[in-house]
Design a binder for this molecule. Structure first.
Ligand SMILES: [Zn+2]
Length: 371
């Protein structure tokens, strides 16, 4: 442990290369289910939304790890923090202040400039330590960070000893709006009339910024539409692993969680869930190991559209992250039949600048697809 810290303090002499697949985009675009599937491969560890480690993970008392344990009590994350920082652990509120000062979405362009502010530099250093400690403790060959925030992604190419990959996930903005509105209605977070414009502006900004970052990642950038993922989940996920240079182990046993949960409840966070809809998942967080026999050779897929999710240790993400066990992946296209004209027209009009770029039509069919 001590040796690792010496290397990370120095950075210039660090020869440990850690592969990070960072998922960028806007919420409700299927990032959580992709994150959880990747995590179910041996040799891959998903952090969930690592950006929220300091706030939702460590400052908020009742948030749960994906394994179901109160996050601050998760043994795995305690080990990671010990390896990364020992007795020198950064104060979570200080890290939150650094994020507010220098790592917000609006700082993304500045973070790709020639020099970093003192705050951004400190945040970069701490996060790099964290990534290396995650690799050290979990033994993962690939770490998946589904924070989605472009400003945090912008720091990855600047980290010594990190081999960064950028996965940019996109979903039809009408579907995204509909998904947020359903969640808002459940939570009464904001009034419905505000949701289409707010969601679509985030969709535009997040997607435009993710594209701007592509150059910094060189050839290690891939764009993925949710609709293409759910049309062929297994081939898509295997393609992502190949993209990151990680081959599933032949004959690998199904991955299981180290410390299964103790009563996680979906929907208890501020991150409403969606993406591919699991047709049937075991009850979350009750200590289950993936049920039944072994997964198919080479990973968690038990068929082209069925997957056995391992218990995970994600920090944040939508409530679907608490699901483990058998899941059938199918397109969630309820927006086509349920969405009313107002939200649809508002979203379509605002999203027009990027709508066609991503292959979405300004019109739409109410006929369900991919069923
Ligand atoms: Zn955990």
């Amino acid at each position: 442990m001590g040796q690792l810290r010496v290397h990370l303090d120095c950075e210039r002499c660090c020869d440990m290369s850690v592969k990070i697949l960072y998922i960028a985009g806007w919420g409700r675009s299927g990032t959580t289910i992709v994150d959880n599937i990747l995590n179910s491969y041996d040799g891959v560890f998903s952090t969930g939304e690592l950006f929220y480690l300091w706030t939702r993970g460590l400052l908020e008392e009742k948030r749960k790890c994906g394994c179901g344990v109160i996050f601050r009590e998760c043994a795995l994350w305690r080990s990671i923090l010990d390896v990364a920082f020992g007795d020198d652990r950064p104060c979570p509120s200080h890290m939150r202040d650094l994020q507010q000062a220098a790592i917000r979405v609006r700082h993304t362009r500045a973070l790709t400039g020639p020099t970093l502010s003192d705050e951004a530099e400190e945040y970069r250093r701490v996060t790099n330590r964290l990534y290396h400690a995650i690799a050290e403790v979990t033994g993962a060959r690939l770490i998946v960070d589904s924070s989605k925030i472009p400003s945090a992604a912008a720091l990855l190419p600047r980290m010594a000893g990190v081999e960064p990959y950028l996965l940019h996930m996109i979903r039809d903005p009408r579907a995204v709006t509909h998904s947020w509105m359903r969640a808002y209605r459940k939570k009464s977070l904001v009034s419905d009339p505000e949701a289409p414009a707010a969601s679509t502006m985030h969709w535009l900004v997040r997607n435009a910024l993710a594209e701007r970052l592509a150059g910094d990642f060189g050839g290690r950038y891939r764009r993925l539409r949710y609709e293409d993922f759910v049309a062929d989940p297994r081939a898509t996920i295997e393609g992502l692993l190949a993209f990151a240079g990680v081959e599933p182990k032949s004959g690998a046993e199904p991955k299981s969680g180290a410390e299964p949960g103790n009563g996680a409840e979906p929907g208890n966070g501020a991150e409403p869930g969606n993406g591919a809809e699991p047709k049937s998942g075991v009850e979350p967080g009750n200590g289950v190991e993936p049920a039944g026999g072994g997964a198919s050779v080479g990973g968690p897929f038990t068929g082209d559209t069925t997957v056995r999710l391992a218990v995970n240790h994600t920090i944040a993400g939508n409530p679907r992250r608490f699901h483990s066990g058998d899941v059938e992946l199918r397109a969630d296209d309820r927006w086509r039949t349920e969405q009313t004209a107002g939200p649809r027209l508002t979203t379509t009009a605002l999203a027009l600048p990027l709508l066609h770029r991503y292959g979405y039509s300004a019109g739409f069919s109410r006929r369900r697809v991919n069923r």
